[in-house]
Design a protein around this ligand. Structure first.
Ligand code: SF4
Ligand code: SF4
Length: 122
């Protein structure tokens, strides 16, 4: 039984928090979109507290979220998006995993925390 399988609901692409992007990711995503890094930053990023984040659109979703086609930069999406839900903090603390499980329908509620941790290493 899989401990995680994305249901493509888009919930994790919604919200003001934003997804941080590192400079190597900026180059990769810009290249994928056939943009220069500067154009990519201008069009798709916002700066907060000295860091760059992928911007949110007027609907509150990440600018790359597409209701029909999921993530428009899926092959090159930033690390936090590729890593989810196997974040160190969810692997360490059962309570964090429980909160994530309540928020993300892709985390299998029939699997135990131990299964989740074990499958993260596979
Ligand atoms: S909230 Fe979970 S199931 Fe929904 S899109 Fe995000 S990872 Fe997939
Ligand atoms: S980059 Fe893609 S996966 Fe990450 S929040 Fe934006 S739409 Fe979602």
């Amino acid at each position: 039984m899989k401990a995680f399988e994305c249901k493509q609901c888009g919930t994790c692409c919604y919200g003001e928090g934003g997804v941080p992007v590192e400079s190597s990711e900026i180059e990769r995503i810009a290249c994928f979109l056939a943009l220069t890094p500067d154009s990519f930053i201008q069009q798709y990023c916002q700066e907060k507290h000295g860091r760059l984040y992928i911007a949110s659109g007027a609907d509150g979703f990440c600018v790359f979220h597409d209701q029909g086609k999921r993530c428009r930069i899926h092959p090159v999406k930033p690390r936090p998006c590729s890593l989810w839900p196997f974040y160190p903090t969810l692997l360490k603390e059962k309570e964090n995993w429980e909160m994530a499980r309540d928020a993300c329908p892709g985390i299998n509620a029939k699997c135990s925390f131990e299964d989740f941790v074990r499958q993260s290493k596979e």
